[in-house]
Design a protein. Structure first.
Length: 256
């Protein structure tokens, strides 16, 4: 295990809100990593259940886990940004409080980044239900993604992303309730950073009923706002990319 007085190589960024059912499994998947040189910063967004107590219990036993709590409920973007500000690692990796990693995730992805001199990478992931059982479905990961590709569809799973902070520059998510990770990927690619994909299943994405990401209508509305309000695309371009977004979403969910 690393010396906790030195800077960790990887900082794991985890926002948490009312995740008492799953947060233990999420943390356990980080503790099981074959790469041990990490820190995990979990920021609780004022949960009303036992989430923060569970996080504190893990942090009391494992010095690489840092438990933090926001003073008021503020959303995943603010929670992630707080964790990023406190991170000390060269690399940051995102993991939400209901998802999991396979044990080799960090080691394999870090090797991939070093071999390819990559700044921003993502991988395949598999889908599991609320009980953690596999659905048989796996994401499809292209070898690389640019800004235009991302406008058509977001094929980057947040739980799979690893970024080299030294090369990428300041990392911060825009303060919106959903799609804040998508906006970050767009901003990185807009700077000319190529998102490089590793077609290996290294994470488990949990499909949770009634979650923010499960509301397809709200997600579609937010995507439109991203085009018009944040990316400031013309109406014609927004319509074109939104049509692509709908097409790929229908195609994706018809196979889940």
């Amino acid at each position: 295990m690393m010396n906790i007085d030195t800077k960790p190589l990887v900082s794991v960024i985890t926002p948490a809100y009312n995740s008492e059912r799953f947060i233990g499994e999420t943390i356990d998947s980080v503790l099981a990593q074959t790469l041990e040189d990490w820190e995990m910063i979990i920021v609780d967004d004022c949960s009303t259940d036992r989430t923060f107590e569970i996080i504190k219990r893990y942090a009391a036993k494992e010095p690489r886990i840092k438990a933090r709590r926001l003073s008021e409920n503020s959303g995943a973007a603010i929670a992630r940004n707080e964790a990023i500000r406190q991170s000390r690692g060269r690399y940051i990796a995102f993991l939400d409080s209901d998802d999991q990693w396979f044990p080799e995730k960090l080691e394999v992805q870090l090797d991939f980044m070093k071999e390819n001199n990559a700044i921003f990478t993502f991988t395949n992931y598999c889908y599991v239900n609320e009980q953690g059982e596999g659905t048989g479905k796996v994401s499809s990961t292209p070898s690389s993604v640019n800004y235009t590709d991302l406008l058509k569809q977001n094929m980057i799973g947040c739980l799979t992303v690893m970024i080299d902070k030294n090369k990428a520059g300041p990392i911060e998510m825009v303060n919106i309730r959903t799609r804040q990770d998508y906006v970050l990927w767009l901003s990185l690619c807009k700077k000319g950073i190529r998102a490089q994909g590793l077609s290996q299943v290294l994470s488990k994405y949990r499909v949770v009923q009634n979650s923010v990401s499960s509301d397809k209508y709200k997600m579609a509305k937010q995507n439109w706002r991203v085009y018009r309000k944040i990316e400031k695309l013309s109406l014609l371009k927004s319509v074109w990319y939104f049509a692509n977004y709908i097409f790929f979403k229908v195609k994706k969910y018809s196979t889940l």
